[in-house]
Design a protein around this ligand. Structure first.
Ligand SMILES: Cc1cc2nc3c(=O)[nH]c(=O)nc-3n(C[C@H](O)[C@H](O)[C@H](O)COP(=O)(O)O)c2cc1C
Length: 296
């Protein structure tokens, strides 16, 4: 929608501090974590945490999930000025989401998916995108694509797996792209080559990078950092996270430790130590000591 390489939505990962780091390395747009439409219309205060911050507002889409077209529309109306556009989650395979008819469950009921998109489009002035998988049990992407286009969505992003597959197998990049609206590819994007290959395989507008960015934000720049640069980013990430979540930062940062230390000498022992730390100063010290030992 606004570029070629975006940061995919990831619940529990793509909060403000991580988005900021990824933007600094060249991500052109991003999404919030998925936010429940029900919780939005109940105006739960906790949602403030998820909404984009001022300086990133023009490049972060607010992703909402739900199953009732009118609840989705009301939620969309409420958040339409909080981000750059609205994204509808029609891909989440997690059981507690699917059981309620939301996320990838919408792929089993394309009439419902269409209605959700139409009702949202009716009430908002911003653009509306939809993030899907290629199908629920089997690949039905062509039907899904037609539904999304007919409903009037402005963009589609597809994770090249079925919901049933969850994260197993290899994501497909060779997606039939009829070209009516911009199409973005998601799934197994880990390198700069993957980005180029995924785009050319389906003549896509661009890609969304998900797991490949966790502890590896330089995937967006395509440059491999030195040990010193890596440490700088880690410390900056910890600092930003601390300003966002306070004392919870060391625990939250655990999600990124494995990515940031992948392939480094002695990483296993280091991780085992760091994963037990609850104190921010100690966390910073451990990282500094470890990276200095690697430099020497
Ligand atoms: C931890 C995690 C959380 C995710 N949360 C969301 C989400 O909130 N909304 C969404 O549309 N997709 C979500 N996804 C799916 C990703 O956006 C992406 O489509 C998927 O991980 C495939 O890309 P990858 O193989 O490059 O990781 C999540 C994925 C992961 C790993």
């Amino acid at each position: 929608m606004i570029g070629k390489i975006g940061l995919a939505p990831m619940a529990g990962i793509t909060n403000w501090s991580f988005r900021k780091i990824c933007f600094e390395f060249g991500a052109e747009f991003a999404y919030t974590e998925m936010i429940s439409a029900e919780s939005i219309i109940r105006k739960l205060k906790v949602n403030e945490y998820y909404f984009p911050h001022g300086e990133e507002k023009n490049k972060v889409a607010v992703q909402i999930f739900g199953s009732d077209p009118y609840v989705m529309a009301e939620a969309a109306k409420f958040v339409e000025n909080k981000g750059a556009w609205i994204d509808i989650n029609a891909g989440c395979p997690v059981r507690k989401v699917v059981r309620k008819g939301a996320g990838s469950a919408l792929l089993k009921d394309l009439k419902k998916l269409k209605k959700v998109i139409e009702e949202v489009k009716k009430v908002v002035n911003c653009k509306v995108s939809v993030k899907v998988r290629i199908g629920f049990e089997k690949d039905e992407f062509e039907k899904i694509y037609d539904t999304v286009v007919e409903a009037g969505a402005d963009m589609i992003a597809v994770h090249g797996r079925t919901a049933k597959q969850m994260y197993s197998g290899k994501a497909i990049w060779n997606i039939k792209n009829k070209g009516y609206i911009p199409l973005y590819i998601s799934g197994d994007i880990y390198t700069w080559d993957d980005i180029e290959n995924a785009i050319s395989a389906s003549n896509a507008e661009g890609v969304l990078v998900a797991r490949g960015s966790i502890g590896n934000p330089w995937i967006f720049s395509g440059k491999v950092p030195t040990i010193k640069e890596k440490l700088e980013i880690i410390l900056r990430h910890i600092e930003l996270l601390y300003s966002e979540v306070g004392e919870k930062a060391p625990v939250e940062f655990r999600k990124f430790v494995s990515g940031y230390t992948k392939g480094l000498k002695g990483a296993r022992d280091f991780r085992a130590r760091v994963m037990r730390i609850n104190n921010i100063k100690q966390l910073v010290k451990e990282f500094k000591d470890y990276f200095l030992s690697l430099e020497n």
